[in-house]
Write a protein that binds this ligand. Structure first.
Ligand code: CMP
Length: 139
């Protein structure tokens, strides 16, 4: 079933010059790029995006990291792209993410309070619809 997902190349990925490689992996898997925009997120936008994490011990550090530089916001489309991109991204923690995945091949486990793991991908159709609405309200 064709669906859409919201992908973010996080500030560590943009800063390390990995946006192109990450987009290439998305395209190589056959997904279509519907929207791609480099932007610096506000704390307000991130509070909406990370609604489910508000109050968790890592929340403040996560927002601080996510506003520390530009992110590449992407909407990708394709058959089961939500599940497919999460498989492409690999496990949340780059230390244990499998080789062959974005986080497994390109991620580093930085000694910070927050996991800097290069990318975000929506985790369900409901999250995808919600997150696309936050980042790209005109889509
Ligand atoms: P993401 O997929 O964007 O969703 C929430 C983010 O919070 C996650 O990627 C990580 O960057 C970060 N995160 C998740 N769990 C932890 C944790 N236990 N400690 C620190 N950061 C975390």
């Amino acid at each position: 079933m064709t669906e859409r997902t919201l992908i973010l190349v996080k500030p560590d990925g943009v800063e390390r010059g990995m946006s192109g490689q990450i987009l290439a992996r998305i395209e190589a898997k056959g997904y279509t790029l519907v929207a791609v925009e480099l932007r610096t997120a506000s704390a307000e936008l991130l509070a909406q995006h990370y609604e489910e994490h508000v109050g968790k011990p890592f929340y403040e550090s996560l927002v601080e990291f996510m506003v520390s530089g530009p992110v590449l916001a992407v909407v990708a489309e394709g058959d089961r792209v939500i599940e497919g991109f999460r498989s492409l991204a690999g496990a949340t923690d780059p230390t244990v993410a499998a080789p062959g995945t974005i986080r497994g091949d390109l991620g580093r486990q930085w000694p910070t309070k927050v996991i800097q793991n290069l990318v975000h991908g929506s985790d369900s159709p409901d999250s995808a619809a919600r997150e696309i609405g936050i980042w790209f309200p005109s889509l």
